[in-house]
Design a binder for this molecule. Sequence first.
Ligand code: NAD
Length: 348
Amino acid sequence: KRVGFAIVGLGHLALEEVLPAFAQSRFARPVALVSGDGNKAQSVAAQYGIAPKALYSYDDFDRIAHNKQVEVIYIILPNSMHAEFTERAAKAGKHVLCEKPMATSVAECERMIAACRTAKVRLMIAYRSQYEPIDRAIAKMAQSGQLGALREFIAGNSQRQGDVNQWRHRKALAGGGALPDIGLYCLNAARFLSGEEPTEVMARVWSPPGDARFTEVEAAVRFTMTFPSGFAATAVSSYDSHESRFFRLQGTDAWAGMNPAFAYEGLKMQSARLMDGHDTLIEPHFPAANQFARELDHMARCVRENRIPHTPGEEGLQDHRIMEAIYQSAREGRVVTIAPPPGPTRGP
Ligand code: NAD
């Protein structure tokens, strides 16, 4: 039987990507909705065959504990609400799938992990790229030595973020600007592709002066993380550059990358190495895969098979530890060291 999911928050991501992706999932189905807008919830429920009695508001959300069909709560709210709803979901005895960024601080991530541990429920952070086939193929190439020794990772994830009234421009709701929203993809990719953890970071943040969109959060972040092996990752992420999403992972024997990277679809891989004495570029073709459906299915299988998710709370916590170091480096204008994570951050 498919695992029942409750969707919390009916914004862009929920309506345009996640709910449609259930049609391509094999193990998950939507069975409840949580929204601040009752009319919207009713019309979305009708569209997806969800029973009218399985609709909740943010206030009466805790009643969801009594809905046996709901096994997983998928939180797709502004970042500052992730911790509260994870704690309430855990109290209701439900497993949690939470959007990235996990929260707005390390302290919130630690509370979320503790709440799920106490309630003995699974916690997964929705790092969709880690369920995407090209990213996975490059991680495998890198970690099996096919690129040689890893040297540099170079990445960019930028887009124009125009609407000044969006919660993404309010520090209290978003936690930060480009860094936690889109720079996070570069940060997380450097870690999961290399399989290494950074120990130092140097960063700058920048915003166009006098721009009302950036009075509370940064427009752009530029950072370099260094890893114990000598590997280094440099990334730029901006809310005020034309859309640009790419990465390249360079080793002594070859490089592999994606352009575009990090997007929902249209991803492309490139790789180059010496063949018969010539530097040869290859562009392998991968069949299209819905990252959201793969992510839903992973969570559903972890619930059924009682397994730790590949991207558990600890993976989100580690990124928040690094993001706090990035902001500290930018504030203080110096290299900031990052202690290694206390244990593994990823499941199998
Ligand atoms: P959105 O603004 O489109 O939707 C947010 C939803 O939360 C809306 O339905 C809104 O009504 C509701 N909400 C409840 N309380 C609110 C409040 N106080 N202020 C504003 N909205 C409130 O945002 P989104 O783009 O769907 O993002 C939601 C979450 O999903 C964020 O954590 C974001 O980082 C994440 N996200 C992830 C991806 C991905 O690719 N994995 C892509 C986009 C967004």
